[in-house]
Write a protein that binds this ligand. Sequence first.
Ligand code: ADP
Length: 479
Amino acid sequence: MEVLSVASEVFPLIKTGGLADVAGALPAALKPHGVRMRTLMPGYPVVMQKVKKPQKVGGFTNLFGHPASILAVDHQGLDLLVLDAPELFDRDGGPYVDKRGLDYTDNFRRFAALSLAAAEIAAGLLPSWKPDLVHVHDWQAALTPVYMRFGPAHGMPVVLTIHNIAFQGQFGPEVFPQLALPPEAFSVNFVEYFGDVGFLKGGLQTANAITTVSPSYAQEILTAQFGMGFDGLLTARLSHLSGIVNGIDTDVWNPQTDPHIAANYGPTTLKKREINRKALSEHFGFDNAPGPIFCVVSRLTWQKGMDVLAEVIDDIVDNGGKLAVLGSGDASLESAFLTAAARHPGRVGMVTGYNEPLSHLMQAGADAILIPSRFEPCGLTQLYGLRYGCVPIVAHTGGLADTIIDANEAALAARVATGFQFSPVSAASLRQALRRAFAAYRQPKVWARLQAQGMKSDVSWDLSAHRYADLYSSLLAKG
Ligand code: ADP
């Protein structure tokens, strides 16, 4: 089966969040299931610099006013189709925002171009290859099934995966005439959304199957609280919606071979974690006092519950714990953590920015990872935590609820517990979870059992890749 995946970021070429990890890992995970997945992505400058020996396999003389090429590239086993459209993607800033952190004003055009290119590939643009099915990710690729509906690829199945329904790709009605869609596409059945143009909206209406990245999140987005305006639409399309939990790339995230950590270790050599703990402590300037090290690797946002975490920092320190934060995001949250670090030298440390190698050392050296998200479609850092023996302390929501087994007495006795869950997301309930974590940490055998159980969890793509392959097969069987 030949599948075209369409994503605006793909690890290891470019990543701002979990979407990149998933888009980067899924092709290899699907290979054993007889799926050949090629991935279409934009040719941002970092992508163009990293790819070797690109081969032009197709192109456009006029893609939204400019010429563009499709380049085929093999990058570390990833079978990529890069949309090389310099007018749209050769920019100084990030994939979505300029150097000042502001959205590019032509994002609608940039990602409409990605979607239109995907639809054209589905329709046979490339002389050498045509997919049987298209799998698109998030709003940036969500116009693909809309273009397909009004073009020659009409009828080819499309799967749309929502990685975070908070990001919807909504633009004013004035962009519609610039999208090269027929006038009837500006209706409630397609992209029209309360008078605006909704990219995700159009995708949700037209995809043959909608998936999201955990079963709990698939349920949650049917409610007004989590659906962010799409609960009604999704309820109407319920029979097309399912949740498939993300796996992680167990080669990239393997404490036994990880090149970014101070000492490699596995389930039988957990003592070596101590070397990573020391390296982490040095990095964050921690003192030698005993007590658990909690870490955070996250976007610093309201969604991630970082304001709630900021409220309990003093409690962590008062109880003898330490906190290492790696992240960037809202200026007020960044400054809350920096202020806490200044208030508690040797106990609280903060590294601002995005640092992939350090994120590995954090999982290998900290005792626990804190993830107090208000909503979390899947979450990946708790899965890395499981694999690295860094015990996850998580809010009971979305994928966090699906992947962590709370250390209540029954689960501890049955030896299945892998972490701590709390609900609701408030300082009081996070404090309560921390109290339980401190108590478990004081009992080395209990803590070691939590770590061991977590490291045994299957966080690979095996099961989930199977589910995606089954979904593709069922869609193709429907004809
Ligand atoms: P989201 O996609 O909502 O940001 P996920 O947990 O699904 O959250 O994925 C976040 C990914 O980004 C993980 O791979 C995590 O390790 C990584 N990450 C987040 N912040 C940083 C950071 N400051 N430095 C390095 N990696 C980070």
